[in-house]
Design a binder for this molecule. Structure first.
Ligand SMILES: [Zn+2]
Length: 460
């Protein structure tokens, strides 16, 4: 019996001391287990404060959880609370209980939050509380960031006069912007035409080449300068807008034409699925592939050099006949019914078969391969967002990245892509937007609309 009694007394002691230990730990925890120093991150979407700067705050405390997060906007003696949020914290005795260990808060800060806000700098302060115990009441953690405050938009002055622009055409504007501008240029509907430094001009002298899309009937054209706090200066500067009525044309689509063009384009364009019959394939090419090709062309605008690479008027295909013009509205008919409508955004020139194509101007080849509806295509950058596109080539004689001079042979005409017969499809592009090439081949237009304006702005 003694043998069994002795261990039971011993185990009783063990259990008792364990219980005392747990109780002690429990009490110690209740006394000392305060919230840890929370982590705080403050991010703003803009590097300055103006009308509205979006911000994001991330606060975390893993042990006892968040108690409160307060965000204030402070300048001098003025302070405004932007966000205040409280949380239910876990109990000091049961810290594993319910708590919010991390939270992300978003909002905006700007002059609307503090009408007396002055230019200079201001502070975003974030205070995150820490859970207390019977004994410990730790101070909340504070994090601040200081940002410049800018309330006035950049100075913006138009320096050119006689601003005339045609539907589907280009124009150049010269202007001056203040040093706080971070982005400037011309917005035309959804198209953005960035500004460039005026060659030979002062530090604040800029120019922008812009264009009005062929389908814009009323001009939505603004000169814009924006600073890093999103303060925006805007100017309406168009003196005259010429509406254009473009030609209409009907194209009868024949089976023999589809049989010629569809297989080649499908084989070269993995982005288009085979619809199983020539007509549906033709329509997919004429609609979907046309849009995808326009996107590819637009993306190339990013590669444009920030200076003019050309100086003379653009060359058209010599000894040729114009078969189609820019902006032509085309109705496509098949077996007596209308199957599609599209706009022809270039000039078609027919010469002899496989005629040599001169480079329309000095520049750098940015594209030299098959491009959907345009077949074998060469796109040349002439700088400041201006490019030219030559399509339907039977052969390409240049490589991407190659510098070309006005008149150099870039290939031979053909009928690749959506072409019935041997011809050259030619257009100018501005920031990827097809524009009427007739302007760029006209020495008087270039002198009047481009060269004179740049010279006058330099002389001012
Ligand atoms: Zn064409």
């Amino acid at each position: 019996m003694a043998l069994t009694k002795a261990p039971s007394r011993k185990s009783y002691k063990i259990v008792l001391s364990l219980a005392v230990l747990i109780l002690l730990l429990f009490i110690l925890q209740g006394v000392f287990l305060a919230g840890k120093i929370p982590s705080i991150e403050i991010e703003t979407a803009l590097p300055a404060i103006g009308k509205q700067t979006p911000f994001r705050i991330k606060a975390s405390e893993l042990r006892r959880g968040l108690t409160f997060v307060k965000t204030e906007f402070i300048q001098g003696n003025t302070s405004v609370t932007l966000i205040e949020k409280t949380y239910s914290v876990s109990s000091q005795l049961f810290p594993w209980g319910f708590k919010t260990v991390t939270d992300t808060l978003t909002g905006t800060v700007g002059v609307g939050d503090m009408p007396e806000l002055q230019e200079g700098s201001a502070v975003i302060r974030v205070t995150v509380g820490r859970a207390s115990t019977w004994l410990l009441h730790p101070d909340p953690e504070i994090r601040e960031i200081s940002l410049p405050v800018r309330l006035r938009p950049p100075i913006l002055q138009v320096t050119s006069t006689y601003m005339y622009v045609s539907q589907g055409g280009c124009e150049l504007v010269t202007y001056r912007v203040g040093p706080t501008a971070e982005r400037d240029g011309v917005q035309v509907g959804s198209w953005w035409f960035p500004g460039y430094p005026l060659p030979g001009g002062g530090e604040q002298d800029r120019f922008a080449l812009f264009a009005v899309p062929h389908d814009m009937n009323t001009p939505d054209v603004l000169l814009i300068a924006v600073d890093d706090a999103a303060n925006r200066a805007e100017k309406i500067f168009i003196d005259r807008f010429n509406r254009k009525s473009f030609k209409s044309d009907t194209l009868n689509i024949r089976d023999s034409f589809m049989a010629k063009v569809v297989p080649e384009i499908l084989a070269q364009s993995p982005e288009i699925e085979d619809r199983g019959n020539p007509l549906d394939n033709y329509l997919a090419i004429n609609r979907e592939l046309r849009i995808k090709n326009a996107e590819t062309i637009k993306a190339l605008a990013q590669k444009s050099q920030p200076e003019f690479l050309w100086s003379k008027p653009f060359l058209m295909l010599p000894n040729s006949k114009v078969m189609a013009t820019f902006g032509e509205k085309r109705t496509y008919r098949y077996e007596g019914r209308t199957i599609d409508h599209q706009t022809h955004l270039g000039y078609d020139f027919a010469s002899t078969s496989k005629a040599s194509i001169p480079s329309p101007n000095d520049g750098i080849v940015v594209f030299a391969r098959f491009l959907g509806i345009y077949g074998n295509t060469v796109i040349i950058d002439h700088g400041c967002g201006l490019m030219s596109i030559c399509g339907h080539l039977s052969s390409i004689a240049v490589k991407e990245g190659q510098r070309v001079s006005r008149g150099d042979s870039i290939g031979k005409t053909g009928s690749t892509g959506l072409a019935g017969g041997d011809h050259l499809h030619f257009s100018n592009l501005l920031q990827g937007l097809p524009v009427n090439p007739i302007e760029w081949s006209d020495a008087h237009w270039i002198e009047d609309r481009i060269t004179r304006k740049l010279d006058e702005a330099r002389g001012r």
